[in-house]
Design a protein around this ligand. Sequence first.
Ligand code: FA5
Length: 307
Amino acid sequence: MDALRREFLGGKGVLDAQLKNLKNLPAAERQAAGQALNTAKNELLAALDSKRAVLEDDELKKSLASQAGDPTLPPFPFRVGRSHPLTQVMNEINHIFLSMGFAVAEGPEVETDENNFGALNFLPDHPARDMHDTFFVKSKEPLLLRTHTSPVQIREMKAAKPPLRVIAPGKVFRHEAIDATHSSVFHQVEGLVVDKDISFADLKGTLEMFVSRFFGPGVRTRFNPSYFPFVEPGAQMDIWWGDRWLEVLGAGMVHPNVFKSVGYNPDEVSGFAFGMGVERLAMVRYGVTDMRLFYGNHLDFLSQFNR
Ligand code: FA5
């Protein structure tokens, strides 16, 4: 383009030579020739400009096509994801127990009836089963959606010899009437310690230590007797929650029948276990009055829990 412009319109170009030549023409022809040259110059300039515009447009299109981005990518500014508050609370619970020497274990959400109930000393027609109604799967070996994380106790004891010190975080399922403090799918963290000479004082001390680290000093707790077929004695721990007590966990000394079901000798070992409700701990921690808010998927609510 530039070469063409120089050749025809430049200082020593074709047009320029013709213009210089005008003076050699007879006077009568000079005016008409000058006008013709001017017209030619303007036409050339216009043609060059329009060609340049077409070429530049082509170039832009080509470069845009070669850099084409993914139109499905999210626009700026990117939103940074973060863990759900219940995941944050579970991770924090895990960390506190890891620092106290516990290992983390896991079990399946679809469990055998035997691990969820039988080996935990729930007799077949015992009313304690009524508090744990769930989905049952018809299969050769009776299966169900686990109602608590306690079956992981059975799996861990069957897999290893004492001493044991494990926690088992996970999801559990119950056929429940749902309200501000009850869900049909919720989370628990199980704890199990088995060794020689483990006492109820060890259980209480461990839980007190956990609570003061999780909530900070000054949190009000109380222990009440409670019944679970797989512990004896059994207790529940409540935490003061604004204007009333909220039950956050069940606990107790491992029942001799549970030790027998996994092949441990109850005369040689003793142990304690607990199962805490993650949603309930999160509610107390953050002053949330309705558990269902955690499942609502409202980002305005969830993004307050910034860690
Ligand atoms: C149990 O599930 C026992 N497995 C706990 C246990 C473990 C006792 C080891 C002894 C030894 P419980 O049903 O009370 O117990 O549930 C334990 C905790 O889970 C409760 O304290 C509460 O914090 C929470 N929880 C129970 N039901 C619900 C529910 N429907 N929604 C949300 N959280 C619940």
